[in-house]
Ligand binder design. Structure first.
Ligand code: IMP
Ligand code: MG
Length: 176
């Protein structure tokens, strides 16, 4: 068991399990995108470790870009607006694969995907390390998924609890 800030976490998905699954998904993606020179777009901060390991395992020609999503209160009644900081690669007419750490409520991607679609990529797919189906508010089509998990808070392998825990090699789950 480990403690981060005020909470206890127990080991949940081992480093070995993660490595094996990342390799498997990377093989699938390589087979699906061979010759298409896809552009991977990793969403920071959470996806940095997954993106790095996944990208290393690809055996095709591919590019990667990193973006950060900043939310701010808009003046419209819908409230929050998401903007992508750092997407300098032109996604028009490209085969784009978004890399996420976790699809939880689906709110982030529900807001952000239309922005990308607006730039008319040739195709747009999503790979995520984790998915909590029980937490879904906005259903998101996930094309490549490593692990389905219950609706419990997790840390490690890039995911944080209030800034800490990202460096853990395995994934931990909130105790209890
Ligand atoms: P969304 O609810 O699908 O929009 O997810 C928003 C973001 O919340 C994710 O990209 C993660 O960065 C973060 N998040 C959701 N669930 C967890 C968790 O269990 N641990 C750490 N971060 C999480
Ligand atoms: Mg995230």
């Amino acid at each position: 068991m480990i403690t981060i800030h005020d909470k206890n976490f127990v080991p949940y998905i081992s480093e070995t399990e993660i490595k094996e699954k990342v390799k498997k998904i990377a093989r699938q993606i390589s087979d699906d995108y061979r010759g298409l020179k896809p552009l991977f777009v990793a969403i920071l901060n959470g996806a940095f470790m997954f993106a790095s390991d996944l990208f290393k395992e690809l055996d095709i020609e591919a590019e990667i870009a990193f973006i950060k999503l900043a939310s701010y209160k808009g003046t419209t009644s819908t409230g929050k607006v998401l903007t992508a900081i750092g997407l300098d690669a032109d996604i028009h007419n490209r085969h784009v694969v978004i890399i996420e750490d976790i699809v939880d409520t689906g709110k982030t991607l529900h807001t952000f995907l239309p922005t990308l679609e607006h730039s008319q990529p040739k195709s747009l797919k999503l790979v995520t390390l984790l998915h909590k189906p029980e937490a879904t508010v906005h259903p998101i089509a996930i094309d490549y998924l490593c692990f389905i998990i219950p609706n419990k808070f997790v840390v490690g392998y890039g995911l944080d609890y209030d800034g800490l825990g990202r460096n853990l090699k395995e994934i931990y789950q909130l105790e209890g």
